[in-house]
Structure formats: structure tokens, C-alpha cells
Design a protein around this ligand. Sequence first.
Ligand code: FMN
Length: 182
Amino acid sequence: MGTVLVLYHSLRGHTARVARAICRGVESAGGRAEMMELKEAVHEGVEWDRYDAVVVGAPVLYGTYDREFLAFVARHRAALDAKPNSFFNVSVVARTPEKARPEGNRYLQKFLELSPWKPRDLKCIAGKVDYPAWRWYEVLMIRMIMKFTHGPTDRHAVIDYTDWQDVEAYGRRVAGLARGGA
Ligand SMILES: Cc1cc2nc3c(=O)[nH]c(=O)nc-3n(C[C@H](O)[C@H](O)[C@H](O)COP(=O)(O)O)c2cc1C
């Protein structure tokens, strides 16, 4: 049974939780899964040969992605391309069914424009609004984004939009990639 690497960036921990749910999905399909945070991958390196498939994911931050994350996927494009792979993004806009589809999610399209690595499989995951946990300038910016996208603007709002069952189902799908089933 194949081993899946779930390599992720997370600013405040929600994408880490998503990565863990993906691992649960992989394991429920009989596969093995390992999580690795971007910092570890950058500074300690990745033993690519240990994995049969790689899932890479990051949150959308101010309409784009962490610079170090983008640099990492560009640098390791060949290693990623060499095995079955999938990319997921986490954003609040993906809370609507239309924007939860890769074709309808402009942030996913933006990743495809920015990244020289072109993932074979794509997934959009709805993230978390957590105004009390955010810095004042983040609150200011994100409330503006939410105003434009008809999202929550109540500065006390804490809303987890993630469909955890769907995330686990995604994990089962990538377990299939590791088995060569897609
Ligand atoms: C600084 C910051 C900027 C964000 N910008 C966007 C954005 O442009 N569009 C969006 O849909 N969500 C945006 N979000 C929401 C995040 O994508 C969401 O909260 C996600 O769950 C964060 O994951 P993390 O905890 O792993 O960092 C932003 C969040 C933060 C903290």
C-alpha cells in the first residue's frame, strides 16, 4: 500500500488541521500518510523517494500564496512531477459551491498561473474566518475582501467553513493516486 506525503503551509494552523484530515482519509482507505510542514521541508529537505504520491497545499493569503511556498514548489517541480500529485488551496471564498470548484476558484487559477509546477489533480477547500485571532491590519484587509465577496464582516465572527467529511474523501482520493488508480 502506498505512502502519501501531505506537504503544507499554514499561517495560523487551519491548513495543518486540513492536512491531518487528509491523512485520516488516506489511512481510512488503507494507505499510509505523513504530514510535513513547509519549514521542515525547506530546512531539513524531503526524502522524495519514500513517497508514492505527494499532496501539496496552502492557504490563500491576500489573494495569493506565501512566497516561500511558491519558491519551494518551483524549486522542487521535477520531484513533484515525478510522482502522482495533487494541489489543494484553503480559502474563505471556497465556502460557496461555485468557488469550491477549481474552475470557479480564481485563487486556484492564480496558482496555476504562478507555479511552473502544474499539479495533476486539484482541490479547493473552504477555510476558517477567525477575526478575533487576526491582527488588526489583517482584520481590516480581510473584512474588505469579505465585503467584495459577500462574506462575513462581523469583527467577532469565528466560522469554520471546512467540510471535514469532504476533506477526508479527498484523502481517500489521493490514496487512490498513490496506488496508481488515477
Ligand atoms: C492574512 C490573511 C489573509 C487572508 N486572505 C484571504 C483572501 O484573500 N481570500 C480568502 O478567501 N481568504 C483569505 N484568508 C482566509 C484564509 O485563507 C483562511 O483563514 C485559512 O483557513 C487560513 O489557514 P491557516 O490557518 O492555515 O493559515 C486570509 C487569512 C489571513 C490570516
